[in-house]
Write a protein that binds this ligand. Structure first.
Ligand code: FES
Length: 128
């Protein structure tokens, strides 16, 4: 994975070649691991969503309530929310903010860009 620093303590992390994921259908997902500068590796779910400017949404595969994987979570594309399959907490997919109990802290969500070099990048903070 290559990274590119910017002045805001965030990193554009190169995660996938677009030619590797051409078979991903709309509203389907793929998981990637991102290694941060501090060495921590985290699993991120990328979901193809053409209603987004980037064409993708991305969030860490971990519920903030009790660490359930969110790769099989229900996504409401119209209302831009995600619901944890374990206890039902809902989160805003743009901000990661919890929308109902039992979650009280946000999940990590990420900006995505398809770059001209043919790769998909995630904007990740140095410390998630
Ligand atoms: S683990 Fe997600 S709501 Fe409890």
């Amino acid at each position: 994975m290559e990274t590119e620093n910017n002045e805001n303590d965030y990193i554009w992390a190169k995660v996938l070649g677009l030619n590797e994921i051409t078979e991903i259908a709309e509203k389907d997902s793929v998981e990637v691991e991102v290694e941060l500068d501090d060495g921590r590796i985290t699993n991120i779910v990328l979901v193809k969503d053409s209603s987004q400017e980037s064409g993708w949404i991305a969030y860490e595969n971990k519920c903030s309530h009790d660490s359930e994987n969110l790769n099989d979570a229900d996504i409401d594309f119209e209302n831009h929310t995600i619901q944890c399959p374990r206890h039902g907490a809902k989160f805003d997919l743009e901000t990661g903010d919890p929308l109902c109990m039992p979650a009280i802290t946000p999940i990590n969500v990420f900006a995505v860009k398809e770059a001209e070099d043919g790769y998909l990048y995630l904007m990740v903070p140095n410390k998630i």
